[in-house]
Design a protein around this ligand. Structure first.
Ligand SMILES: [Zn+2]
Length: 465
């Protein structure tokens, strides 16, 4: 066994035994186990100033106490942080754990449920080991992956799936073969990864089915995209009645709709229909910011979309229609970052990777890097922690699988989702596991060396102290 394999084996053993041990302890009604972090500097997910020389006590799956005085906890397992930074586990606001690529038509034509499931479980583990203790899935995953993770069968983050994409015929989630008739049976439809919406009744029917299948919120594609086959990015996909029908279903469950929206008209239509989470929103400007604030809405940004290298990837460069779309899109979206700095709104982290686990690992590290490049370390950390926590909580009391405490913050009573990293990420952001190259980057480690401890729900999944 190589030392890396041994490390993985130890990790797996930890993962599989600890929740079981906790359950046993619970059945004997003993006090929940305590972990005491000492000698740490706390970034709480909100405030730029760290709480220096602090101790943090975890009891069971919650943070019980944070103090700059010594905490008396005689039965606790003590972890000496050695002056490192303790911060909330990261929150991915927009992933697709089931979608392994390599292309959208390939997934429709040649992928079985086994392929999707195996890919999803590997992605879940990768995300957790990159420091993400919560992932919101933006289409393609139902409730099964979460059940497996939460039951301790496989390691992974807390998981908020959207069920099948809702999208119009010829829209951004139409993965059917070119010759497939409208409303025809598709691989993605049979597995409830994507459903074709033709009228408000379909939005009601498939929206309700998504919640039945374990979705925590709905995802509607109301713009076209770049790498998909049939949709100009300027497309206004989905009538107001269809979007409102999806919002109605979400409201029935006390949850919300997230919308893939590029064009300004699309973003405004979404906000006016009651959509709470704008995905990409590349036409973002100060008019949009004003409406977003009024509606208490959020945006997630995939900054990799602004990498000039995007025009060189085979899926774009070799497809003339996609290349033309990419060029016109990047011209139109040129003021995105500037506008976001001028009129800031609640912004959450988004990687939006479709592809192999190894490729997504690289993309996540690069997305972290670009956040810091464009917005600096403090705003990036807030985006990756407390804002993400607010965003997933929009799923509401009834549909939120983790409704008992806050996510994305280090505060008393919050869930114990905690990272311990070397150094100070507010000064050197690279310690959160960034990569400054996307295409042609070397494969990344299973977990960044500088992230020393990964704790989710009070359970330690990594400890290299
Ligand atoms: Zn997406």
């Amino acid at each position: 066994m190589t030392s890396r394999n041994r490390f993985v084996a130890i990790l797996m053993a930890l993962t599989l035994t600890l929740p079981f041990a906790n359950a046993l302890a619970g059945s004997h009604s003993e006090a929940p186990p305590q972990v005491l972090f000492t000698n740490v500097n706390v970034f709480d997910g909100v405030n730029e100033a760290r709480i220096e020389n602090a101790s943090v006590l975890v009891e069971g799956n919650l943070i019980k106490m944070i103090s700059t005085d010594a905490i008396d906890a005689p039965g606790a397992t003590v972890v000496d942080g050695g002056g490192r930074t303790l911060l909330p586990g990261f929150i991915e606001g927009h992933a697709h754990l089931m979608l392994m690529g390599p292309t959208l038509p390939a997934m429709e034509a040649g992928t079985t449920w086994e392929d999707f499931a195996i890919h999803g479980s590997r992605m879940a583990k990768m995300y957790l080991m990159q420091g993400f203790t919560t992932v919101r899935d933006a289409g393609g995953a139902n409730g099964g992956l979460r059940r497996a993770i939460d039951a301790g069968q496989i390691p992974g983050p807390r998981f908020y799936p959207s069920g099948a994409f809702l999208g119009t015929r010829g829209g951004h989630s139409d993965f059917a073969n070119f010759t497939a008739p409208p409303g025809g049976s598709t691989n993605m439809g049979r597995l409830n990864l994507s459903q074709e919406i033709n009228g408000p009744d379909d939005a009601l029917r498939f929206g309700r089915n998504n919640f039945r299948m374990g979705a925590t919120q709905l995802k509607f594609m109301i713009s076209g995209g770049v790498v998909s086959a049939f949709d100009p990015w300027q497309l206004l996909a989905g009538s107001q009645a269809e979007i409102e029908a999806a919002v109605q279903v979400a409201n029935e469950y006390g949850s919300y709709v997230m919308a893939h929206a590029y064009r300004k008209e699309a973003v405004m239509n979404a906000l006016n229909a009651g959509v709470r989470s704008i995905e990409h929103g590349f036409s973002f400007d100060c008019d949009i910011a004003k409406v977003m604030k009024k509606k208490n809405a959020y945006i997630t940004t995939n900054l990799t979309a602004f990498d000039p290298g995007l025009l060189d990837i085979p899926a774009v460069a070799n497809v003339p229609a996609s290349l033309a779309k990419a060029k016109s899109a990047s011209k139109t979206f040129g003021n995105y970052i500037e506008n976001m700095k001028k009129c800031p709104v609640k912004r959450a982290f988004q990687t939006d990777c479709v592809g192999s686990v190894e490729a997504c690992n690289i993309q996540i590290a690069y997305e972290k890097h670009l956040n810091n490049e464009f917005f600096g370390p403090y705003t990036s950390l807030v985006t990756m922690t407390s804002v993400g926590g607010e965003l997933v909580a929009l799923s509401g009391e009834a549909m939120n699988p983790y409704p008992n405490a806050k996510l994305g913050v280090i505060e008393e009573g919050a869930y114990a989702d905690i990272l311990l990293v070397d150094g100070n990420p507010l000064e050197d952001f690279s310690v959160v596991g960034t990569g400054n190259k996307w295409f042609g980057a070397n494969p990344r480690p299973q977990s960044p060396e500088t992230i020393r401890i990964i704790m989710k729900d009070g359970v330690i999944y990594k400890n290299t102290l």
